[in-house]
Write a protein that binds this ligand. Structure first.
Ligand code: HEC
Length: 153
């Protein structure tokens, strides 16, 4: 059985998105343990993407291959605060109580990702290997800015 060529091409075009997929934006379940599990899995995926981006930065190579990872990180963080409903404060989580008490600060730390993510994407799309490491560091700073207050060690 041979696949029509246009189907093969369409399939290949989809493959990178599939392999890089991390759990889709907002939790579909209401089970607190599962919401926590899914957000932590997603965050581990983000962590793996960051490590790969750091390797690209360290190599000083063409940053364009970083684009799918930057897009995957961006997609994961869409609606991120919704992954922290009040019933997920306890359990197998490192989220600090501040996430649930100081909601406005948490939301601000989330918004703080937007500029650095967009800038990193622009730099990567331009193939600007000289600017990429600093742009990545700026994004890492925005991650740390939230973790400092809202994630337990
Ligand atoms: C708005 C706040 C916020 C931002 C921004 C944020 N994080 Fe986090 N992160 C958290 C919280 C809260 C947890 C703990 C989640 C839990 O345990 O339920 C966490 C946990 C993690 C974990 C541990 C996952 C695990 O359970 O093993 C990783 C890895 C991580 N974040 C990576 C990142 C990276 C990389 C960025 C930046 C691209 C980032 N985070 C940005 C709040 C944030």
């Amino acid at each position: 059985m041979t696949m029509p060529r246009f189907l093969t091409v369409a399939f290949l075009a989809l493959t990178p998105a599939l392999t890089l997929a991390i759990p889709a934006s907002v939790a579909q379940t209401t089970d607190p343990a599962q919401i926590i599990r899914e957000r932590r899995e997603g965050l581990r995926g983000v962590g793996a993407h960051m490590e790969a981006l750091q390797a690209i930065a360290a190599s000083r190579g063409d940053p364009r291959p970083a684009l799918p990872r930057i897009d995957a990180i961006t997609a994961f963080f869409e609606g991120f605060p919704d992954r922290f409903p009040p019933n997920t404060q306890a359990g197998d989580t490192k989220a600090q109580p501040a996430v649930f008490v100081d909601r406005s600060g948490f939301l601000a730390a989330h918004v703080g990702l937007t500029g650095p993510l967009a800038n990193l994407r622009t730099v990567a799309a331009a193939g600007d290997s000289a600017a990429f490491p600093a742009a990545l560091q700026q994004l890492g700073g925005a991650c740390g800015n939230c973790h400092r207050t809202y994630r337990a060690r």
